[in-house]
Design a binder for this molecule. Structure first.
Ligand SMILES: Nc1nc2c(ncn2[C@@H]2O[C@H](COP(=O)(O)OP(=O)(O)OP(=O)(O)O)[C@@H](O)[C@H]2O)c(=O)[nH]1
Ligand SMILES: [Zn+2]
Length: 213
């Protein structure tokens, strides 16, 4: 949930009122879930599971301590006036839904129209990665990636499209495999100029389709 301040909304995902629990407390919580599932955390196969799960969480949720703005801090101006669209398509996306804490798997397409400066292309994927490694809903993830690139690079426009399968819809609940959620955020020229948007959509067209979930 976003907290609204006089200066606008701030992202509350990195600011918790409670201090982080210790590793031991986190492992104890996993043992509770194992017992809740009906199993015996003391048996051989499960004895190391709490430690494994906590290590996995360190990987899955590695995005809270990185500031995505810093990732875009280094940019290059010697582009000989390149001002056409830069598109990074088919970026593998792995995230976790904030309602059920199960995987969201898909791909992202990110584009921007440079206004003088370009960034190292891997940095666009890194921005996605930082936000993806937090608990998410797809709409927010899409908006956060686009807004960050827009705010830091100040390009003529930014476009982000994400297509993903939500395992909370495929392996539980409504059980609908093969369903892809598509979200997009268009800013600047991508929002205002239909031909720019069309060019972007046609550049990512070939790669769009059902994603694995
Ligand atoms: N808008 C949006 N919804 C999501 C996303 N990921 C999961 N959801 C949905 O979040 C909703 C949570 O609904 P609840 O009714 O509170 O939870 P639930 O009882 O587990 O719902 P079901 O999944 O329908 O069983 C579900 O409809 C999910 O499909 C996402 O990225 N964006
Ligand atoms: Zn979910």
């Amino acid at each position: 949930m976003n907290i609204h301040t006089p200066n606008g909304p701030i992202d509350s995902s990195r600011a918790s009122a409670e201090p982080r629990p210790s590793r031991e407390e986190a492992e104890a919580a996993v043992r509770t879930l194992l017992r809740w599932s009906g199993d015996n955390p003391a048996r051989e196969g499960l004895i190391d599971t709490p430690a494994r799960v906590v290590r996995s969480y360190e990987e899955f949720f590695d995005g809270y301590d990185t500031d995505p703005v810093e990732l875009l801090a280094r940019s290059f101006e010697e582009t000989d006036g390149y001002d056409e669209m830069v598109v990074l398509r088919d970026i593998r996306l792995e995230s976790h839904c904030e309602h059920h804490m199960v995987p969201i798997i898909g791909k992202a397409h990110i584009a921007y129209l440079p206004a003088g400066r370009v960034v190292g292309i891997s940095k666009l994927a890194r921005v996605l990665e930082v936000y993806a490694k937090r608990l998410q809903i797809q709409e927010k993830l899409t908006a956060q990636v686009a807004n960050t690139i827009n705010d830091v690079l100040k390009p003529k426009g930014v476009a982000v499209v994400i297509e993903a399968a939500h395992q909370c819809m495929t392996t539980r609940g409504v059980h609908k495999p093969g369903v892809t959620m598509v979200t997009s955020r268009m800013l600047g020229a991508f929002r205002d100029d239909a031909s720019t948007r069309r060019e972007f959509m046609s550049l990512i067209q070939g790669s769009r389709g059902t994603v694995e979930g």
